[in-house]
Design a protein around this ligand. Structure first.
Ligand code: UDP
Length: 397
């Protein structure tokens, strides 16, 4: 009934850290703006609701993202032609639809938000099934795309009520994949509220809270899983920071415990203050405190770094999915891509000595940022919910 809380189901999977971060950001933004109670549940569809081997999807992703050629083969063959796209979706939906159906029955949502490319087709089928039953529940279904430029067609299903994309390029792909333009909205990539709130704070104060000093600071990252050869990268970055000036190096290893332990044992140059961290939940503070980020071209990391005005040194990318992100950064003069670590270290050294270059890139990063993306997306989603509640109210009258 319209008097009750609206049940929201957010579907993600921890294939990398980006989908989870987006899921949280949307949940926070919905709660901040809703004028009636919401009951939000965030579910890793594959781990919680499918069986072997699909319940190992996050592990498979972590494995594949460290084998870029293999990843590229999977990514590119699954989107090769309209036939392969349909065929793959058919096969996956056959494998998953009963599991997805059980999940939707269990959660009994009024609204489903997907932030993962692999669930669109299966969930659209479940929603259609439930809608078609006599007195079936009318579930709203929206997608929030969390890739930046190269968007796999699996993200787009013409039956969704709304599809939020981060860039104009992504909107074009959505249109080609059959989504009506009235259902496509460009809002930027949703990032957690901490990134918006921190813009109102002073950097010295945030640094002090993290036991950082007011020194030139470089942050090294490899996505949520700490992928890429983070150890070699961090050592090379450390090397490029040597000199007469004291500096700070922050290395976030994410879920990569092996590299975390390895780097804790490392002997660093004396003039550099080094912070080796595992998985952090306050990324906005570490980014806000830094002057440069060195990272793979992950969409979440890029969106967050832009908000914090961080020049981005790109060390690598996942072929297919993150390829276009490199051009996105370079064409806007927000950063550079150097796949070779020694070149990267050399360029970083030049960056650190050129404060006007850093300032320019920082300004360009801010200009490309969407700190209010999650609030905008949540606002539009709440309008859809409100529309349905009004309709329900009229029926109950
Ligand atoms: N992240 C985090 N804590 C960590 C490492 C990463 O919160 O210790 C977050 C990071 O802020 C970003 C996401 O994980 O939101 C990484 O997303 P991205 O799209 O860059 O790469 P993915 O890990 O999805 O491949």
């Amino acid at each position: 009934s319209y008097g009750e809380a609206t049940r929201v189901l957010i579907l993600m999977s921890e294939t990398g850290g980006g989908h989870k971060a987006s899921a949280w950001s949307i949940a926070e933004a919905l709660e901040a703006q809703a004028d009636h109670p919401l009951q939000i549940s965030i579910v890793d569809m594959f781990v919680r609701h499918t069986n072997f081997p699909f319940n190992r999807l996050p592990k498979m992703y972590s494995y594949l993202s460290n084998k870029p050629r293999m990843w590229e083969a999977v990514y590119k063959t699954t989107k090769m032609t309209a036939g392969t796209i349909l065929g793959c979706q058919e096969a996956l939906s056959l494998a998953w639809i009963d599991h997805f159906h059980r999940c939707v029955e269990e959660e009994d949502p009024d609204l489903i938000i997907s932030v993962h490319p692999l669930v669109q087709d299966g969930v659209a089928r479940v929603v259609r099934r439930i809608r078609s039953w006599r007195n079936g529940r009318d579930i709203a279904f929206v997608t929030v795309v969390t890739d930046l430029v190269d968007i796999h067609p699996f993200w787009f299903h013409p039956a969704v009520d709304r599809c939020f994309v981060p860039t104009e390029g992504a909107r074009e792909v959505g249109g080609k994949c059959g989504i009506a333009s009235s259902r496509l909205a460009v809002c930027g990539l949703p990032v957690r509220k901490g990134f918006l709130d921190i813009l109102g704070r002073r950097r010295e104060e945030v640094r002090a809270g993290l036991a950082l000093e007011d020194l030139q600071t470089v942050l090294v990252l490899g996505g949520g899983d700490g992928v890429g050869d983070l150890g070699t990268l961090a050592r090379a970055v450390g090397g490029s920071m040597r000199g007469s000036m004291r500096r700070q190096l922050i290395i976030v290893c994410g879920k990569n415990t092996r590299v975390f332990e390895e780097l804790q044992e490392e002997k660093w140059p004396r003039e550099i203050r080094v912070f080796v961290l595992g998985y952090v939940t306050n990324m906005f503070e570490w980014m806000f405190s830094s002057d440069v980020v060195v990272t793979k071209a992950g969409p979440g990391t890029i969106a967050e770094a832009c908000i914090c005005g961080l020049p981005i040194m790109i060390s690598g990318f996942l072929p297919g999915q993150e390829e276009g992100n490199v051009d996105y950064i370079e064409s806007r003069n927000i950063g550079e891509y150097h796949p070779d670590v020694s070149n990267l270290a050399e360029r970083l050294k030049a960056w650190l000595a050129d404060s006007s270059l850093l300032e320019r890139m920082s300004r360009n990063a801010r200009a490309a940022s969407y700190p209010r993306a999650s609030l905008e997306i949540a606002g539009e989603i709440l309008e859809i919910v409100q529309g349905r509640r009004e309709a329900q109210k009229n029926i109950e009258r």
